[in-house]
Each structure stands twice: as C-alpha cells, then as structure tokens.
Ligand binder design. Structure first.
Ligand code: AMP
Ligand code: TRP
Length: 333
C-alpha cells in the first residue's frame, strides 16, 4: 500500500521555500493519494533551544499554515508529532540500528552544529533517526520534501534495510523521496547560491509567508539581481544564479515553465520583472494569509483538529509499534 508522510518543523517563519518546495506539493498529492499524513515535528524542533510558549504558538501556526495553503485536515491526517508517542519509541529502537558512521556523514548536522559540535545537543545528532521513525512508524512509502532532505531519506532507507536484515523480516518499506515541482530548491534573495532558509540571519534573504504587502515589495525590490536584461531562453540564465532564482520563483508561483516565463519577460530588465514578481507573490500569498489569520483566531478549534489528527495517527501506529516491539523481543504488557 502506498502511503505519503511528510513533516515540517514548527520553528516559525515558514517561507516561500517551504511553501513551493514542500507544502504546495502536499496540496497536489492529496488528490492523488488516499493516505496522506502531514506532521508538525515539534520533537525535531527542540533539537535546538525553543522557548516553550513560542514553540506552542509556532506549532499551531505551522499546522494552520498547512491548512490555509490548502491541505485538507479531513481528508488527510494533520497533527503534531509529540502527541503520538510511537514516534519516540521507534526512534529509540532506530538509535540502536543506525551506525555512528552513517550519522557522521549527515551534512545538515554539520551545518546546524557549526564549528562547535561538542556543544550541539545529542538530539540534533540523532535527528535523522527520529525522522526515519516518523515515516516508518506508519510504514510510509513516499515522502514529499525539498531537495535538502534527500540525504536524510537515504538514511531512512539504510535503517529500514538494516532492521529488516538484522531481524530477518520484510517489515519496513524502502521509502521513496518525492522531490518534484519547479522549486525543489528556492534560493536566498541575497545570494543565489545559498538556500532560502529560516535560519538565515538576514530577513531580507527570504519571503516569509506572513510578510505583509509592503514587506514583500521591499524584499523583492532589494533582492540581489544583475544589470542585464532577462534572456529569452533558459540557457541564458547560466552563471546568473540570482536571476535564475527570481525567474524560477515566478514560474513556480504562476505554475509556468521557465521557458514560458522567459517567453514573456525575455529582453526585459529587472525594473519590469521585479514589480511583476511582486504583484504575483502578493496575489498568491494574500489569500493564504487571510485564511491563516482566521484559523489562528480560533485556538480551540485548531487544538481540537490536532488532537483528532493525533487520534487517527495513533490508530495506525498502535499495531505497527506493537509488531516492532514483538520482533525486537520486548515483553508485552
Ligand atoms: P523545514 O523548514 O526545514 O522543516 O523544511 C520543511 C520542508 O520545506 C522540507 O520538505 C524542506 O525540504 C522544504 N524546504 C525548506 N527550505 C527549502 C528551500 N529553500 N527550497 C525548497 N524547499 C525547501
Ligand atoms: N527534517 C525535515 C526538515 O527539516 C522535517 C521532517 C521531520 C520530515 N520528519 C520528517 C520530513 C519526516 C519528511 C518526513 O525539513
């Protein structure tokens, strides 16, 4: 059986990269797959320090953003990770399956831990094991993510294979990444060769989904570009990472191929293209923002929705975690 699982961290500041690289694809997949589970991964968030009350509001806001962007909480399961204990239980077992050498290769750990890795939390180091558990505790088969998560998904496959091999079972599927769409890697507005990221110290580097009209306009105006006009063919974007990024953001928002965007704007300069991009971004983001505001004004309903998602999630994980415990040799209650 095919089952979609994906997650997003509740670290606030969801940006255009999260939307175009991940959440918008989930909206599409819900029409193609019957069984989709989307999780706000609050346990992953605390691998770096989180202020508790801000974590709570970010968790609600992240779930609300998914819904405002079009993920239907009735057809899909939406919940926050910490409400379903089986994620943590399976993660512990995977801590004992994954090898230190495998984790040592993870580039996200190296990036997030920075120079002083002795001071990073142990949780940050085993983060990919929890991610593998998130997916496999549902026997998830397909995982829609942005390109930056590819390495973690390869690790999830290695963990599933080693578990199946060590315990001589064919229990866990080998997950398939679903990395598709025109914006699998949205780049920073300030530097076309680094990824748009929540953790970039410069807010001008990203368009946050919550930015108001004036902020979006200002950020696009200040985005790094160059003095040339846009080419008429995509080959002409080679060596122009900032121009390529702005064109691909336009294409992703308008749901047009790069060739079509260049067909329209080839030969025009950024003085024309940037205002057009601004108008488009505002037109696409404003309805999401309005719906987000409406959802956030009713915390009780939102919490109820997360609880009901978690109840539905547990009905899937209960038998799977019981099976895993039995295979591992844990005595049942
Ligand atoms: P995170 O915010 O790190 O939890 O990421 C949530 C989802 O957004 C994941 O599927 C990421 O791969 C995706 N994502 C994050 N940043 C970008 C980006 N700059 N471009 C495309 N996808 C992204
Ligand atoms: N690590 C992912 C990110 O930072 C979030 C995540 C956690 C996830 N668990 C997952 C994504 C399971 C897909 C499947 O973007």
């Amino acid at each position: 059986m095919e089952r979609i699982f994906s997650g997003v961290q509740p670290t606030g500041n969801l940006h255009l990269g999260n939307y175009l690289g991940a959440i918008r694809n989930w909206v599409k997949l819900q029409n193609e797959y019957e069984d989709c589970i989307f999780c706000v991964v609050d346990m992953h968030a605390i691998t770096v320090w989180q202020n508790p009350s801000i974590l709570q509001s970010n968790t609600r806001e992240t779930a609300a953003t998914m819904i405002a962007a079009g993920v239907d909480p009735k057809r899909n399961i939406i919940f926050n990770q910490s409400q379903v204990a089986a994620h943590a239980e399976l993660a512990w077992i995977f801590n004992c399956i994954a090898r230190i050498g495998w984790l040592d290769r993870m580039t996200q750990f190296k990036e997030k831990a920075g120079k002083d890795k002795e001071r990073a939390s142990a949780g940050l180091y085993v983060y990919p094991n929890l991610m593998a558990a998130d997916i496999l505790v549902y026997k998830g088969t397909h995982v829609p993510v942005g390109e930056d998560q590819k390495q973690h998904l390869e690790l999830a496959r290695d963990i599933a294979s080693k578990f199946n091999h060590d315990y001589k079972r064919d229990l866990f599927p080998l997950v398939e990444p679903l990395i598709f769409g025109p914006a699998t890697r949205v780049m920073s507005l300030k530097n076309g060769s680094s990824k748009m990221s929540k953790s970039d110290p410069s807010d001008l580097s990203r368009i946050n989904l919550k930015d108001d009209v004036d902020t979006i306009a200002r950020k696009i105006k200040k985005a790094k570009s160059d003095t040339d006009v846009l080419p008429s063919e995509s080959a002409g974007l080679k060596g122009r990472p900032e121009a390529a990024n702005l064109v691909s953001i336009y294409g992703a928002l308008a749901e047009l191929d790069i060739t079509d965007v260049l067909g329209q704007y080839g030969g025009r300069g950024f003085g024309v293209f940037k205002p057009a991009l601004t108008e488009l971004a505002i037109a696409k983001l404003t309805p999401i923002q309005e719906e987000l505001k409406r959802l956030m004004s009713d915390q009780t309903s939102l919490d109820c929705l997360l609880k009901s998602g978690a109840d539905r999630a547990r009905s899937i994980t209960d038998p799977i975690i019981a099976e895993v415990k039995e295979i591992v040799g844990f005595i049942k209650p």
